[in-house]
Design a protein around this ligand. Structure first.
Ligand code: FMN
Length: 321
């Protein structure tokens, strides 16, 4: 797939996930074959007010194709923030029209923009005018089942200059609950001439294949399926390239988890890195038999050594089985 002139390799991207898909996770996923990664949603207003945390969220890095994501509802502020974001060298800039969180949608940004398509299109237009990198949009299927307007909104965003559209096939009202509306993703693909990236419950090669075949999308995006499982990108790429995929051993999972958490230490305050390592370590243990007590131990992690101990126990335990 190409987003304007940017060649996107492979078959799946890492979804933006606030509080989860940080720089460390994005670098690891890129290493395992994610075709591009998108940064955590960042407040355009925060960027313009000089908030340091917001600026840090926009940072891009030299691993794979890298986008930053902005949210807001004021076209001028969004455009000015996009100019600032561009200074940090993203390959493209994504506009969030999908976030359901009250602190975003409650202020008219994120998924609430789906209720104001004219304003949403105006934002795209202003951001496109302000920057030289491609501008993409990530939206949901609609606000709720009575307002499934992704097809109309996608067409309006295309007309306003968007270079690609990601559709998460759920409404704002659904949050993250099933089912994914594959029909609407297919309909968006049928309505626009820019690449359509399909998102929602893709978590392995089988679900990626279904998404591609059912919707005719140009690319897929994986969110929660990549938590503790960056290997999912290699699995999907191997499948579509006709290569065999060998799932990671527990030792490989451990090494990857440890590497990710070491990277978190490189990029974050030590205390933040340790606190956030708890959930990531628990995710890396998903699917291991008898891991409930190990996951509980993850809640107590207070050093890198604790992570080693948990995995040593997991290794011992699986050898006993
Ligand atoms: C913890 C979490 C944080 C998220 N943060 C963002 C975000 O910052 N920007 C965004 O566009 N979507 C965000 N999303 C939505 C995901 O990008 C994705 O659309 C959604 O999880 C559906 O994909 P999945 O079924 O593969 O997880 C978030 C989702 C989760 C679970």
């Amino acid at each position: 797939m190409k987003i304007k002139d940017i060649e996107i390799k492979g078959f799946a991207a890492l979804a933006p996930m606030a509080g989860v898909a940080d720089r460390a996770m994005r670098e690891i996923c890129a290493e395992f074959g994610a075709g591009f990664t998108v940064g955590e949603l960042t407040s355009a207003r925060g960027v313009m007010q000089g908030d340091k945390k917001s600026a840090r969220l926009l940072e891009c890095f030299g691993r794979g194709v890298c986008a930053s994501q902005l949210f807001g509802r004021d076209p001028q502020i969004m455009a000015a923030a996009a100019v600032k974001a561009q200074e940090l060298s993203p390959d493209f800039i994504d506009i969030n029209m999908g976030c359901p969180a009250p602190k975003v949608a409650g202020h008219g940004g994120g998924s609430a923009l789906m209720k104001e398509p004219q304003l949403a299109a105006k934002i795209v237009e202003e951001v496109v005018k302000a920057v030289s990198v491609p501008v993409t949009v990530k939206m949901r299927s609609g606000w709720d089942n009575d307002a499934l307007n992704a097809v109309e909104l996608a067409s309006m965003c295309e007309a306003a200059g968007a270079a690609a559209i990601t559709v998460h096939g759920r409404t704002r009202k659904q949050m993250y609950a099933p089912p994914v509306n594959y029909d609407i993703i297919r309909d968006v693909k049928g309505a626009v001439n820019i690449p359509v990236i399909a998102n929602g419950d893709v978590c392995d090669a089988k679900s990626a294949k279904f998404m591609y075949e059912y919707t005719g999308c140009d690319y897929v995006m994986v969110g929660r399926g990549a938590q503790g499982n960056p290997f999912v990108f290699e699995e999907i790429n191997a499948f579509f390239e006709g290569r065999s995929y060998i799932p990671p051993t527990l030792q490989q999972r451990f090494e990857t988890c440890f590497k990710q958490i070491e990277l978190m230490h490189k990029y974050k305050e030590p205390r933040t890195a340790i606190l956030e390592s708890r959930k990531h370590t628990a995710w890396y243990l998903t699917g291991i038999r008898g891991a409930a007590h190990l996951r509980r131990m993850c809640g107590e992690i207070s050093s890198l050594e604790d992570i080693k101990i948990i995995f040593e126990k997991a290794l011992e335990q699986t050898q006993e089985l």
